[in-house]
Ligand binder design. Sequence first.
Ligand code: DLZ
Length: 166
Amino acid sequence: MATSLKNLSDYNMLLVADAGNMKFGIVVAEWNSEITEALYQGAYTTLLKHGAKEENIIRKYVPGTFELTLGAQLIAQNTDVDAVIVLGCVIQGETRHFDFICQGITQGITTLNMDYSMPFIFGVLTTDNQQQALDRAGGKHGNKGNEAAVTAIKMVSLQRSLESVE
Ligand code: DLZ
């Protein structure tokens, strides 16, 4: 997976379980939609590549990254997905808005993981500028959507392996 510099799409396929019997929710922020749609395509195609069925992938939109937490919670409450991936892109501006949005989504997703005891995967780019985001949404550093999808499959697999231990 992504470690030192750094292609977010690099991973060992052999370590990723078959996702054929897994269900996923994907919540996409509309802010910076050029980026977030590319993240979605990365996540979606990666899930399919590992066996997930189209009908088992639910996509929903929210206005901005700040709303991803509630969007993810609503999917968890109202569907039977095994994991939820949130996809957003926050680009540093002239004010401290960036910090508050990043803090909100990080805290929100961490809380959901604990409260629901199921995987909520953080697929949010937090960059200084548009180019850094493009580089990580299918550009020279890969696609964070791919990474988020692989992480989702791995976490569902982990959860199932532990829940089957009595
Ligand atoms: C307001 C705002 C700003 C300034 N920047 C971004 C951004 O870079 N990325 C993003 O996803 N959303 C941004 N937003 C919108 C907030 O996430 C949120 O939608 C609004 O503050 C309304 O709650």
